[in-house]
Design a protein around this ligand. Structure first.
Ligand SMILES: [Fe+2]
Ligand SMILES: [Fe+2]
Ligand SMILES: [Fe+2]
Length: 471
């Protein structure tokens, strides 16, 4: 057959594939759509499990990776929805569960009590199974006729490979000689659910499903943020970094310590935004996509703080990183009210004294990396204010009303500054002088005596402080 094609000195078929692959005739549109819908379901459920577990997951590196991988899954879910929509007329049935056993596999992982089983379930079972199903699709479908699907899946496959690489390391980190056998058994158990569903693709013979384990009980989202041991004294609000940052007596280079603190503290935003996503129903997928993008940005900003501290030669685990913002919002407000507070605060970052000011401080500091980080942080926060207008403000008559509601919700959040101290949860110890002195030692610099005497707490402030620069 190939010999019947007229010859040309150019590569054939726009470089999509060699001739033999163009002859593949295994799948028509109907079969491709049903396979793609299963991949879509897996991405969607992965996104859900990654999101609903990150607030209560203590390990910082996992919190940030769950945020990133949730964002990737949200993007690929969207791409597959679009692709299915190109191939079929509505209703597309994208909300239909393709197989009860596939659903159960995710319900089991979502409900696992511990980090180890969560990590093995996501990264040791589901991501690799998804990768294998995509690889199989790519060698089965006609790469010329179905080129748009191939394009979407090749891109997804790149990011899944990165998630699996991270996951391999995470699985090694959670596996011990003591739990190895139990984790192997858990892996086998989850694979049995996938097999009962005919695999991710649904194209293998369905086997007998195992008995439900954790998913036998009704599942509930855990709103209480948890942190690992490096985040000691998390109720401590004995230092007010915004007050330091806006005090003209202090140098820009000293202010970098407070900027790094504020960036790292942003890990509380994913902890809070995950609760909005977990508890908001009936929104279009684009809402989940946009909110997850923002959630990931906030996790990324926390890592900018982490890297910022490393650049300054400071061990951040010596500093109490406060977590009461996510704790109080998650436990005192409903999802809509939390979104209102988020928008109110982020809108407050837009004026002159907000993100621009932080960037100027970083520029003035003489540390180019700090200026780069603040520049991108600023750009991201402008995007977030835009996303807030897109999803939150639309529900109000105008911006003024939306802001007033956010302000009112914010005012209702109790900071419990004194209560935390009276209950013995924290002494609100002023950590600044030790941290500043240690940093100066590392830098070989003399501490500025005025900066050293800084001792302003959050006691007299609303949980947020000023409406500007609250995050
Ligand atoms: Fe932020
Ligand atoms: Fe930020
Ligand atoms: Fe933001």
């Amino acid at each position: 057959m190939m010999s019947s094609a007229p010859t040309s000195p150019f590569p054939p078929l726009a470089g999509l594939c060699p001739w033999p692959d163009a002859f593949r005739d295994a799948l028509g549109v109907e079969e491709c759509v049903s396979w793609l819908k299963r991949l879509h379901y897996v991405f969607k459920r992965l996104h859900e499990v990654l999101i609903v577990r990150l607030t209560s997951e203590p390990q910082y590196e996992l919190k940030t990776a769950l945020s990133l991988h949730a964002y990737w899954c949200a993007e690929h879910t969207q791409a597959l929805r679009t692709r299915v929509g190109e191939m079929r007329e509505p209703p597309l049935g994208l909300d239909v569960v393709p197989h009860a056993a596939l659903e159960r596999c995710f319900d089991e992982i979502r409900a696992t009590p511990g980090t180890e089983e969560l990590v093995v379930g996501l990264y040791g079972v589901v991501f690799p199974a998804l990768a294998a199903a995509i690889d199989e699709y790519l060698v089965t479908t006609n790469p010329l006729a179905d080129a748009p699907s191939v394009r979407v899946l090749r891109f997804a496959r790149l990011e899944i490979a990165d998630a699996i690489t991270f996951g391999d390391g995470a699985v090694r980190a959670v596996t011990t000689p003591e739990n190895r056998m139990a984790l192997d058994e858990w892996r086998t158990y989850l694979v049995a659910w996938l097999n009962a569903a005919g695999g991710v693709s649904g194209r293998t013979t369905e086997t007998v499903p195992p008995a439900p384990r954790y998913s036998a009980k009704p599942w509930a989202f855990d709103r209480v943020p948890k942190r690992d041991a490096r985040f000691h004294d998390p109720y401590n609000a004995g230092v007010n970094p915004e007050a330091f940052l806006h005090d003209t007596r202090f140098s820009a280079s000293d202010k970098l310590l407070m900027l790094s603190y504020k960036r790292l503290r942003e890990i509380d935003v994913p902890e809070m935004m995950a609760s909005i996503l977990a508890e908001t129903k009936g929104r279009p997928w684009e809402f989940s996509l946009d909110m997850t993008r923002q959630l990931w940005d906030e996790a990324r900003h926390a890592m900018l703080g982490e890297v910022g501290f490393a650049k300054l030669g400071v061990d951040w685990s010596q500093i109490p990183i406060n977590f009461t913002w996510s704790l109080n919002l998650n436990t005192q407000l409903n999802a809509r009210e939390r979104h209102a507070v988020l928008f109110f605060i982020e809108q407050g970052l837009m004026p002159r004294q907000g993100k621009r000011y932080e960037w100027e401080v970083a520029q003035e500091s003489g540390v180019p990396l700090a200026a780069v980080f603040q520049d991108f942080d600023w750009a991201d926060e402008v995007l977030h204010a835009h996303l807030g207008r897109k999803w939150y403000v639309k529900e109000f008559k105008d911006l003024k009303e939306a802001l007033a509601y956010g302000d009112a919700c914010w005012s209702r959040v109790m900071s419990h500054w004194r209560a935390y101290r009276d209950q013995g949860l924290t002494g609100h110890h002023n950590w600044w002088p030790e941290v500043y002195r240690a940093a100066c030692r590392t830098w070989g610099a003399e501490p500025d005596p005025v900066a050293l005497s800084f001792a302003e707490t959050y006691e007299a402030k609303r949980a947020d402080l000023q409406p500007i620069a609250a995050e």
